[in-house]
Design a protein. Structure first.
Length: 117
């Protein structure tokens, strides 16, 4: 993925909740940023904030704008570019050892008092 940060820069006052429970303040928004994926151009609005684990997070609004379809059996994601053409992303299947990690994590969460169904 290539990212062109030449979008319209806008000062904002956003607060974003992270999965770890922390809330981070964000003051810069880039509108209509060109994102090149598989040689196809897609636009997105990007909020700048420091998160060392990821370079870019494309959220639900972006996925909806680009009419994302997620096929869990393949696994693949299908998006629409600016010309209406499909863009395909293929993922990798999780290995069986991940199930053990998930089970261990579930046990840890239950010990902390989380409710299971």
């Amino acid at each position: 993925m290539l990212l062109n940060q030449e979008g319209d820069k806008e000062e904002v006052d956003y607060k974003i909740g992270l999965p770890n429970g922390h809330v981070t303040k964000c003051s810069t928004l880039y509108r209509n940023v060109s994102i090149m994926i598989r040689e196809r151009r897609l636009l997105g609005d990007l909020i700048q904030f420091d998160l060392s684990e990821f370079n870019v997070i494309l959220g639900m609004n972006w996925l909806t704008t680009h009419r994302a379809r997620i096929d869990y059996k393949e696994p693949k994601v299908i998006l629409r570019d600016l010309m209406g053409r499909n863009v395909y992303f293929y993922g990798k299947r999780a290995k069986k050892e991940n199930r053990l990690i998930l089970a261990m994590k579930a046990c840890k969460m239950l010990r902390k008092g989380c409710v299971s169904y």
